[in-house]
Design a protein around this ligand. Structure first.
Ligand SMILES: N[C@@H](CCC(=O)N[C@@H](CS)C(=O)NCC(=O)O)C(=O)O
Length: 201
């Protein structure tokens, strides 16, 4: 059985739960308390020196970086629908996985971490920057999803799970998708049982 150190309000953790659930894989979760600083404790840093959730454990193997975990699970369990083998579809999947980490994640951090979770400690300039970034990045997602039903074609992949976890996170700051294609896609993602199981209770 896999072990996932996670936090319910961590979008990076939830994308892994989505895949574990969709694939019907056996796992247990250990909640890391972000409010009381458990993630900075010596015991947790010994597991993950980046002091971040998620951390995924498969026997002696410890993996951090959520998208690396998604790729690992797909390869280990031959989840080809979630991580297509066909070269061009694979390249598109990799593109959106990386886009999510490099471009959408900082925007979400600016809006949600600084605008909501950090409360009075949040930096309003970061929130403004996040909204400017979101305007551009939302349009990029909406345009892509006007061409294909999901980011990489006709079926959802781990790139969709990864991006969808960030779109849910934006909702915590009352930022909802406005583009019609993005909305249609997000409704489809939100109807997946794995996505629903990943949401904070
Ligand atoms: N690139 C990492 C990011 C993980 C991440 O930023 N986790 C946040 C919670 S969503 C965290 O643990 N932050 C605490 C910290 O950075 O010290 C991944 O994809 O797993």
């Amino acid at each position: 059985m896999y072990t996932l150190y996670h936090a319910p309000y961590s979008q990076h953790s939830r994308r892994i739960i989505s895949l574990l659930e969709q694939a019907g894989l056996d796992y247990k979760t250990i909640s890391v308390n972000m409010e009381n600083g458990d993630y900075l404790s010596d015991w947790y840093r010994a597991i993950n020196p980046n002091h971040q959730v998620p951390t995924f454990i498969d026997d002696e193997l410890i993996i951090y970086e959520s998208n690396a975990v998604l790729r690992y699970l797909c390869l280990k369990h031959d989840l080809q629908a979630w991580y297509p083998h066909e070269l061009k579809t694979r390249a598109t999947t990799e593109q959106w996985l990386d886009w999510n980490q490099c471009l959408l994640a900082p925007c979400v951090e600016n809006i949600v971490l600084h605008g909501v979770f950090l409360g009075a400690q949040g930096d309003p300039a970061r929130v403004d920057l996040g909204h400017t970034q979101w305007q551009e990045r939302e349009a990029i997602l909406d345009s892509a999803l006007a061409i294909t039903p999901y980011l990489c074609g006709d079926q959802p992949t781990i790139a969709d799970l990864s991006v969808a976890s960030n779109i849910f996170q934006l909702g915590i700051a009352d930022v909802e998708p406005a583009g019609s294609s993005l909305q249609r896609w997000y409704d489809a993602m939100a109807s997946l049982q794995g996505f629903q199981k990943s949401l904070p209770k």
